[in-house]
Every structure is written in structure tokens, then in C-alpha cells.
Design a protein around this ligand. Structure first.
Ligand SMILES: [Zn+2]
Length: 450
């Protein structure tokens, strides 16, 4: 009988959602000390104003910091009216050590404790106002292979290590007609005409929410209930521009859901939402949601287990979920050796926020090798099933994955990880061919599917 994560589970409740121990180290800037903080709650008033053809966001964030310093957060578009604990404050842009990424910093040294910041911004990406028919098309699409493409593209956010309760208060103003549909993985409530509130689960990180606004009845949807292997019924929505594609997505969703639940246990999200886009666009995973072409639907659904069920803390942990998803895409191969000399896909700057795009090929080969090493214990899938059960809705790192793998199997994987995943001492294998599940997509292509 294998030991089952008892050490980790003991710590689980104590660390519940307070993830600062997973943040990168604080660092010095010319004006003082920049510190990572723990978001508790973020409330976003998102107003799609037809008269000004503008989408504005008013944000209120409650956060805690444990060390004195100037709080870090991120937002790509310009920020205005920043009010910190009731006082105006300047926000500057800072570079992370080694220049691996950038973020925002409130220019005020705060004492440890709880604080509140408010600010406003205009959404620039993926929003379009239609003049003729008075509707908005907008979406908070994300990407994880490049820097700063999570929620920070649209709304003030923390970094991937943090989990916090997000609420969207969505209004459509400057129009007398109700002409919108909203697709989301949060729980949505209609407050009044053209006014909705969406609450997301508190385990969500900055790469989890799914939010797509489009014209009323503009896309063909199918809503149905799926009964999980544990008996829980949860709502599923699939939608696309064509009824025939929506039907195809519904059938494939049911097929893949059954496969994944059989392998890794019950679906762990309140619902599932899938937007079926055109072939060739690949897909992107959100938490219990995806925007995807048909051929990548299964890959993206797997990510609701690994990526958005068990979630990476940073760019150095992102390889794990692409490795698992690609291992499945490649037919769960078993390899006696990974077949490459080594890589640092999990050992780059601790400040790096995006996933290494070599993770598909190299990571998948590494998983196939782990499967070989675990063959007497039911293979890698047996481990992953237990790992998911123990750590769903938590944020993990490469070290956590490795430690649990060793604890479960009793095998020492130190050398293997140091060589194949954490190896900065060799000439690195080049970035490989683009993965067709997550191809590079132009801004124009992303707008075309709004
Ligand atoms: Zn993927």
C-alpha cells in the first residue's frame, strides 16, 4: 500500500488560500522595497458604456501583506484614480529582477496588515461596440506561453501564485435594449435589466475566470446537465456559431468527460463551458471552461484537471500541466528513457510568469519515462489520480510535484528531475515546433472570434 500524501494534507487547511509562501522573493527598487501581497477579495465593476463606446473597470481590492514595503500587482492598460487606504497614491511600473517581466507597484511603503486599494482603468483588448444593433462583443481571453497575458490584460490582478475571491459586477449602459448574452464559469445572477453579478470560486487564480460577452442569441448554445461519477449533477454549456458544431461539441464533451472522470476522478468544477471556434485556432484553458477548436477540446478539458484543477504557481511550474496533457495527446506512451539530454523547462528565473513552450515535447517524454518507472505501481496515471484528489483547487510547484511523486512511490527522482527538468548546466534544446493545441494567435484572430 502506498503512502498517500498525509504530510501534505496536514498542512492544507492551515495554508488555505494564503499563498504568499509561493510568491517570488520581494526585491529592492530605487524608491524602496517591492513586496508581493496576498489578495483576499477583488471586486470589479465592469461597465460597457454604449454612449462613450468604452468599457471601464472600477476595482476594489482587499489585500494583506506580511512584510513592510510597496505592494506589487499588475495591470497592463493605463491606470487612474488610484486610492490606497483612502489616500491618492502613484502607481509605477517596475521590472522584475533579471528583467524577466514587469508589473505595477503602488508607490507607498505600507506596514504589514490589511489594506484596501481602489482604481479605475479602460479595457483596450478584445472589446468591440456594434453601433447598428447596440450590442458589445468582449472577452477576457488569456494566453500562458507569453508574459502578462492573464487577467492583467483587462483588470487589476495579482500573480499566478495567489487565489482570491473575484466578483464581476457587469453593466451595459447607454442603451435601452437588452441585447447581450454572457458566458462564464462563475455563478451569474441578474440584478436588473443590463446588470449582472458574477461570483467566481475563491480557489481561482488570475488565469481561471472565463468571461465572454456577445450579442443576444448571436451564438448557438446547448445547455445540459452532466452526471458525474460521484453522482453530482453539474451544468454544461457548449456554444459556437453553428448549431451543427455545437452538437458536435456536446457529443465530444460527453465522451471526454467520461474518459477523464474514469482516469482522474470526479469533475472538480461547478460547471463546464466550452466555446467552439474555427479549426486551426487551437484552444486555451480556463477553469472548467475553454475557448477551443474541436481538435483541441479534449486537451483543454484535461487542463481542467491539470492546469486549472491542480494549478501552477508560476512559469517554472507551467511545464507540468502541458507535459501531462501532451502525454495524454500522444496516447499515454511509456518510454524507458526520456530521449533527450536535459532541459531547464522548470528551472528558469523564479520571476518568470509564462510556460516554456518546449514543455509539450520534452515534458510529455519525461511523463512517459515516469510512467515506465512507476509501472509496478499502476503507472503515472495512478499517481496523478491521487495527486489530483489531494491537491485540486490548490497551487503547486515543480518541487511539490516531485516530492509527492517520491513520497507516493518511494523512488528517489532527484537525479531525473535535476537532469531533465531543472538542468541549467547543458546547452539547452531549442524551442520545438509549435504545439497545434496552443498555436501562436494574432490579436486580429482573437478579435475575430469575439
Ligand atoms: Zn495545453
Amino acid at each position: 500500500m502506498k503512502k498517500w500524501f498525509s504530510l501534505g494534507l496536514l498542512c492544507l487547511s492551515a495554508q488555505a488560500l494564503a499563498n504568499l509562501h509561493l510568491a517570488p522573493p520581494d526585491f529592492d527598487v530605487t524608491s524602496g522595497r517591492a513586496v508581493f501581497v496576498d489578495f483576499k477579495r477583488a471586486h470589479y465593476e465592469i461597465n460597457f458604456d454604449h454612449s462613450r463606446r468604452q468599457a471601464t473597470v472600477s476595482t476594489r481590492i482587499e489585500f494583506e501583506q506580511t512584510k513592510a514595503g510597496m505592494p506589487l500587482f499588475d495591470l497592463v492598460p493605463a491606470i487612474s484614480n488610484v486610492n490606497l487606504n483612502g489616500e491618492k497614491v502613484k502607481v509605477s511600473q517596475v521590472r522584475f529582477p533579471g528583467n524577466v517581466s514587469r508589473s505595477r507597484m503602488m508607490e507607498k511603503t505600507l506596514a504589514p496588515g490589511n489594506h484596501v486599494v481602489e482604481m479605475t482603468n479602460i479595457i483596450k483588448e478584445n472589446v468591440e461596440f456594434d453601433d447598428d444593433y447596440r450590442f458589445v462583443k468582449a472577452a477576457f481571453w488569456i494566453r500562458d506561453l507569453k508574459d502578462r497575458l492573464f487577467m492583467e490584460q483587462y483588470i487589476p490582478s495579482n500573480f499566478e501564485f495567489d487565489q482570491y475571491q473575484m466578483t464581476f459586477d457587469v453593466k451595459f449602459t447607454g442603451t435601452g435594449i437588452e441585447n447581450q448574452d454572457i458566458y462564464t464559469n462563475g455563478v451569474m445572477k441578474k440584478i436588473a435589466a443590463n446588470h449582472y453579478q458574477i461570483n467566481f470560486p475563491e480557489y481561482f487564480t488570475v488565469s481561471c475566470p472565463y468571461f465572454h460577452v456577445t450579442s443576444k442569441n448571436g451564438l448557438r448554445r446547448a445547455d445540459f446537465t452532466y452526471t458525474s461519477i460521484n453522482g453530482r449533477e453539474f451544468p454544461v454549456t457548449v456554444y459556437s456559431p453553428w448549431a451543427s458544431r455545437t452538437r458536435k461539441f456536446k457529443a465530444e464533451t460527453i465522451r471526454v468527460m467520461a474518459e477523464l472522470e474514469a482516469d482522474y476522478g470526479p469533475w472538480a468544477h461547478p460547471s463546464f463551458v466550452a466555446y467552439g471556434t474555427m479549426p486551426g485556432l487551437g484552444g486555451m484553458e480556463h477553469s472548467g471552461a475553454t475557448v477551443t477548436s474541436f481538435n483541441a477540446l479534449d486537451h483543454e478539458m484535461l487542463h481542467s484537471y491539470f492546469a486549472k484543477g491542480v494549478m501552477p504557481a508560476n512559469g517554472n511550474s507551467g511545464w507540468i500541466d502541458e507535459a501531462i496533457a501532451s502525454w495524454r495527446d500522444n496516447g499515454y506512451k511509456r518510454l524507458t528513457t526520456p530521449g533527450f539530454s536535459g532541459s531547464n523547462i522548470g528551472a528558469q528565473s523564479i520571476y518568470k510568469r509564462n510556460t516554456d513552450d518546449r514543455s509539450y515535447k520534452l515534458g510529455s517524454a519525461f511523463m512517459a519515462y515516469l510512467d515506465y518507472r512507476l509501472q509496478d505501481m499502476g503507472g503515472l496515471k495512478a499517481f496523478l489520480r491521487g495527486y489530483f484528489a489531494a491537491y485540486k483547487h490548490t497551487v503547486i510547484t515543480t518541487e511539490h510535484f516531485k516530492n509527492n511523486l517520491e513520497f507516493w512511490s518511494g523512488i528517489n527522482f532527484e537525479e531525473d528531475f535535476n537532469r531533465y527538468i531543472l538542468n541549467n548546466n547543458i546547452a539547452q534544446p531549442k524551442a520545438v515546433d509549435v504545439n497545434h493545441f496552443h498555436p501562436t494567435i494574432t490579436k486580429k484572430a482573437l478579435r475575430s472570434i469575439l
